[in-house]
Design a protein around this ligand. Structure first.
Ligand SMILES: Cc1cc2nc3c(=O)[nH]c(=O)nc-3n(C[C@H](O)[C@H](O)[C@H](O)COP(=O)(O)OP(=O)(O)OC[C@H]3O[C@@H](n4cnc5c(N)ncnc54)[C@H](O)[C@@H]3O)c2cc1C
Length: 503
């Protein structure tokens, strides 16, 4: 748990909302329908939804309402990514025939201040007072189970019919010799920087590492990104990762894939990181190191043993498909129990929990169709299975791809590098998964998600009129490509004979 710095007007507004210094916890109101541990997205959505339906709800937060997303995750990262995109636009403007006579430079302090302003502005949605007005009893303090049907917050005991564990996750401390002594940044501290690090080493080529490496590079730091895997975003489509690597090269990021760090040594000139790539050692000197590799679920010190809740320190709280833990009165939602650690999955699982815990619903985690997006430039969005999962299930797949270099709007935008790739069950138009690489792939993927949720196949997507010219036309063009495969030689023959006959 890290303090938010600096102590300026924006962070003071933020704290007034997410952890008001003068806050007094209410008197517990008898037995609650629902006690929610953790007020990140999963906890907030569960508490607000349940209270809105008339449940008596207690919400316990030990640090900042809004959790990672508001304070240390999506909101601050997307704010600085917006500024870094502006730099990219100006830098590349001459490709569009726009000359910018003097060079472009980010004002790092101003970018970080804007981020704090944006975060403070959004924070009232998640504020303790707003939740009190929604009818939720908000307890600020560390919560832990004191038995199968009670939670303690300090000396206060909250009894419940049902409870939800929504305690989220935290950055993993990389086990690298000398790193702790040298000191390093995580997502909990990087957004407190006011001064730009001149040289930054980013550990990890996953979504968090990639997004922040590119953003900070464009804001003017020299950036080295080191990942163990042979590609960025190791679980994503190889072609997508290759496009990202090229974008990083254009940005001037020093890329070290298939790389481990053996140790860090502090010297007068900076932090010296010993990188091992293909058995060769290289030493780089940086001012800051950002650990962006891996998230660990917050399962420690929750009294889970007393509550009869099984967990794994790596995988999180054990849940069944109904998000029920091994104590059937206790559920879990969000990062603490999910492999897909996203705000929208925290939200979606909170909705499942409300129905299942309070109304004996039978909504299933496995019923969710989950999209996600890495907000690099270009964005990489995905929905549905991973290729590996499809192979494990022995699924036969047909793939339809449209390169953005064939899409008029992308050409006009000068954003030809990217694609829409849709995979269907062989011999059918049922979409199994899709990857989009485009400037705004995160906006485009929802059309395919909707199709998958609504069980709409590529045949129907081909009939959807898209405004011309848009990059999303690529989706329709993929569907057209599928339709062309239905034009078998036999059907072509029938058509030909019909046309000859009606001439
Ligand atoms: C840099 C970064 C960028 C990200 N960007 C995106 C993005 O663009 N899109 C996206 O979908 N996701 C993104 N994520 C992931 C997203 O932030 C998380 O998936 C989401 O916040 C999970 O919500 P949650 O409620 O499960 O957990 P959290 O947000 O972690 O909330 C858990 C809360 O529980 C509290 N808590 C823990 N233990 C206790 C206890 N014993 N008692 C009381 N309270 C407790 C914590 O203080 C915390 O407030 C990003 C994450 C990071 C780190």
């Amino acid at each position: 748990m890290s303090a938010l710095l600096p102590d300026d007007e924006y962070n003071r507004v933020l704290m007034e909302n997410v952890h008001p210094p003068q806050w007094r916890n209410p008197e517990p109101a008898g037995r609650y329908n629902l006690v929610v541990l953790g007020a990140g997205t999963a906890g907030l959505v569960t508490a607000a939804g349940a209270a809105g339906l008339g449940a008596r709800v207690a919400l316990v937060e030990r640090h900042l309402m809004g959790g990672d997303c508001l304070n240390y995750g999506c909101v601050p990262s997307k704010s600085i990514i917006r500024s870094s995109r502006a730099i990219g636009e100006v830098r590349d403007a001459d490709r569009l025939g726009v000359r910018i006579p003097v060079g472009v430079e980010a004002d790092f302090r101003a970018v970080m201040e804007r981020m704090r302003r944006v975060r403070a502005e959004i924070s009232h949605h998640d504020s303790a007072r707003r939740f009190r007005e929604l009818g939720v009893d908000v307890f600020l303090g560390e919560g832990r189970f004191a038995g199968p049907d009670k939670v303690e917050v300090g000396d206060t005991v909250l009894r419940f019919a049902k409870a939800v564990i929504a305690t989220g996750a935290r950055p993993v401390d990389p086990p690298i010799e000398g790193l702790a002594q040298a000191g390093y940044l995580t997502n909990e501290t990087v957004f407190s920087l006011s001064d730009r690090p001149r040289r930054l080493l980013v550990l990890g080529g996953g979504p968090i590492g990639c997004e922040l490496a590119q953003a900070v590079r464009r804001l003017g730091s020299e950036v080295i990104i080191a990942g163990r895997a042979p590609q960025f975003l190791p679980r994503e489509d190889q072609d997508a990762a290759a496009i990202l690597a090229r974008a990083f090269q254009r940005d001037g990021i020093d890329i070290r894939l298939k790389t481990t760090i053996s140790r860090i040594v502090v010297a007068a000139e900076g932090k010296k990181a010993h990188l091992i790539t293909d058995g060769r050692e290289d030493v780089v000197t940086v001012d800051e190191i950002l650990a962006g590799a891996g998230r660990a679920p917050n399962v420690e010190d929750l009294g889970l043993e007393a509550a009869g809740v099984a967990y794994d320190t790596r995988l999180g709280v054990t849940v069944n498909d109904f998000l029920q833990t091994t104590n059937h009165a206790i559920y879990a939602a969000g990062d603490v129990c999910l492999a897909h650690k996203f705000t929208h999955t925290a939200d979606a699982t909170a909705r499942i929990v409300i129905q299942n815990a309070l109304f004996r619903g039978r909504k299933k985690l496995s019923g969710l169709t989950i999209p996600w997006c890495t907000y690099t430039d270009q964005e990489i969005a995905h929905v549905g299975l991973y290729e590996r999962q499809a192979r494990e299930k022995g699924m036969e797949v047909d793939t339809f791809t449209r390169q953005l270099s064939e899409v008029d709007r992308a050409i006009a935008d000068g954003e030809e590098e990217g694609f829409v790739k849709v995979h269907v069950r062989r011999g059918s138009d049922e979409i199994l998964w899709a990857t989009i690489v485009a400037r705004h792939a995160g906006e485009m993927i929802s059309e395919i998600t909707l199709a998958m949720v609504g069980k709409i196949g590529l045949r129907t997507l081909a009939t959807v009129i898209h405004p011309y010219p848009t990059q999303a036309e690529a989706i329709k063009q993929v569907a057209d490509a599928y339709n062309r495969t239905r034009l078998t030689p036999f059907i072509q023959g029938v058509f030909r004979r019909w046309l000859e006959w009606t001439r």
